[in-house]
Design a protein around this ligand. Structure first.
Ligand SMILES: [Zn+2]
Length: 209
C-alpha cells in the first residue's frame, strides 16, 4: 500500500489508491464530513489516479478517476466539485517530480490554523525530525479550481516542502509514497492540536537550540 509502485499495472494502482483512501479514513484525521481526496502518480508517468468522491470514508472503488497531468480524463467520472479539487493535486505533480502521492483533507485542528490564516510553526519536535523545520506555510485563499488557486500553490512549492495550509480551506500534504504523505498529514494535525492546546497556556513556544 505504502509504495507507489511504478511497475504495477492499472488494477494494482487502483487498488493502491482505494487502500490509501481507507488508510486516511482510518487515521482519524478527517473532519466530520469525511471530506478529502487522495491521488497517486505511479513512477515518473503522466498518469494520476484520483479519488473523485465527496468523502474518503467508505470510498467506493468505482469513484477512482484516471487522468493525465494535463487534466484530461482517461476514464472514470469527475463530478464538478471533484474536478475543481483535482487541480490542486495536478499542480503539485507538475512542479514536484519527486512527489507520487498527494492528500487533501479538512483535518479540524490544521484547518483551524488555515481558517485563521496562521502558519503552523515547528513548535513540536516531530515536525523537525521529519523535515518540516520551517513549519507549514499558509497559501493565500483563492476559490478551488481557479487559476489563482493553482498559482498560489505553485508559488509556495519548493524542494523539500511536504505540507501546506490552504487559507480558509484545508490541508495539502505530498510525498514520495502514500505512507509518507499520510504520516505528514497526521504530524501536521498533531502539531496543530498541540498549538491550539498550548494557546490556552500562553501560546506554543518555538524550539530553541
Ligand atoms: Zn477541500
Amino acid at each position: 500500500m505504502s509504495k507507489v509502485d511504478p511497475t504495477g499495472d492499472e488494477t494494482s494502482h487502483r487498488d493502491a489508491l482505494v487502500a490509501a483512501a481507507g488508510a486516511v479514513a482510518a487515521s482519524r484525521i478527517l473532519s466530520l464530513s469525511g471530506h478529502g481526496n487522495v491521488s497517486i502518480r505511479p513512477g515518473d508517468g503522466n498518469v494520476v489516479y484520483y479519488t473523485a468522491a465527496p468523502s474518503l470514508r467508505d470510498f467506493p472503488p468505482e469513484a477512482v478517476v484516471r487522468l493525465e497531468l494535463s487534466g484530461r480524463v482517461l476514464d472514470g467520472t469527475l463530478p464538478p466539485l471533484s474536478a475543481a479539487a483535482v487541480d490542486m493535486h495536478l499542480t503539485v505533480y507538475r512542479y514536484r517530480p519527486d512527489v507520487h502521492c498527494v492528500i487533501h483533507t479538512h483535518s479540524p485542528a490544521a484547518t483551524t490554523f488555515a481558517v485563521a490564516g496562521r502558519p503552523i510553526r515547528a513548535w513540536a519536535e516531530p515536525l523537525v525530525i521529519f523535515g518540516m523545520d520551517d513549519g507549514i506555510p499558509v497559501v493565500p485563499y483563492a476559490r478551488r479550481g481557479t487559476p489563482a488557486a493553482a498559482e498560489h500553490i505553485r508559488a509556495a512549492l519548493r524542494p523539500g516542502l511536504s505540507a501546506i495550509l490552504l487559507e480558509n480551506h484545508g490541508v495539502l500534504t505530498f510525498h514520495e509514497t502514500v505512507k509518507q504523505a499520510l504520516h505528514t498529514a497526521v504530524l501536521v494535525e498533531e502539531a496543530a492540536q498541540l498549538g491550539l492546546g498550548a494557546a490556552a497556556l500562553g501560546g506554543p513556544k518555538d524550539i530553541s537550540g
